[in-house]
Design a protein around this ligand. Structure first.
Ligand code: CIR
Length: 256
């Protein structure tokens, strides 16, 4: 397993936010948090593939949104926010150089990778303020052996802001109307799915990599709920990236 990441640019102070943060983003602190994330990731993957940062794209560190990778195939996205639509080009080149077979989306389709949750044969796709139904055709063509399950995401940024998968059958689920609606769709497709309900803010977004789970620090109830899984727990302070609605999954793309 390899992981693609992209540094935090100085322009990150102008990144998109659903609501203005209580205090301004501290870019140096965001960089330190990103560096720690990268270092922890490096302990669990064989190689880190690092793109160059790009000051023209304040949100470019949120590389997850720029491609969906399953096995040796990648669908390079067309992000839903106009200010981010130039980001995927660098991802496309890097994934191609890494040996993946890439296809690219085109208008009117729009999709952020944060809306795509792959679980075995199923791909749950959040239909959100960033991802539209036209993207379903591109996903179907790129990954024809998978079943697509579109799910409305009526609150928050992305599907994976509210639900992530941490083991074959365990899902972290935000205890909110949106989280419950997404998990209902997961459970309908996967009757063995087991929710771990999460009430703490932003805590439902965690990244499983190898035998570890990277999760938000400072959420004691989350840590207590994860500990019976028997995996290595890696708590990370992401305060500055959270101000821009970022979490643990959004900062990398896992590549076989
Ligand atoms: C945005 O609004 O696009 C960025 N500020 C945050 C993107 C986070 N991406 C993700 O969770 N996949």
């Amino acid at each position: 397993m390899r992981a693609l990441v992209r540094p935090v640019p100085a322009s990150f102070s102008r990144s998109l936010c659903l609501s203005p943060p209580a205090s301004p983003i501290d870019v140096e602190r965001a960089r330190a948090q990103h560096e720690r994330y990268r270092a922890e990731l490096a302990r669990h993957v064989e190689q880190i593939l690092e793109l160059d940062g790009d000051e023209d794209y304040p949100d470019c560190c949120f590389v997850e949104d720029t491609a969906v990778v399953i096995g040796a195939r990648a669908l390079v996205t067309r992000p839903g926010a106009a200010s981010r639509q130039g980001e995927p080009q660098a991802t496309h080149e890097a994934l191609q150089a890494a040996g993946l077979s890439c296809t690219a989306m085109a208008a009117p389709a729009a999709l952020d990778g944060g809306d795509v949750l792959v679980s075995g044969r199923n791909i749950f796709v959040g239909i959100s303020q960033r991802t539209n139904r036209a993207a379903l055709g591109d996903l179907r063509r790129a990954f024809p052996e998978h079943a697509l399950v579109p799910v409305p995401v009526d609150a928050g940024l992305h599907l994976k802001s509210a639900v992530t998968r941490v083991t074959e059958r365990h899902f972290l689920v935000e205890d909110s109307p949106c989280g419950r609606q997404i998990f209902a769709a997961v459970a309908a497709a996967e009757p063995h799915a087991s929710p771990i309900w999460v009430e703490e803010p932003h805590a439902a977004n965690a990244l499983r990599v190898g035998d570890a789970i990277l999760h938000l620090a400072g959420r004691p109830a989350l840590a207590a709920a994860l500990s019976p899984l028997g995996l290595e727990l890696v708590p990370l302070d992401m305060s500055e990236l959270e101000k821009a609605d970022g979490g643990l999954t959004c900062l990398s793309i896992l590549v076989p």
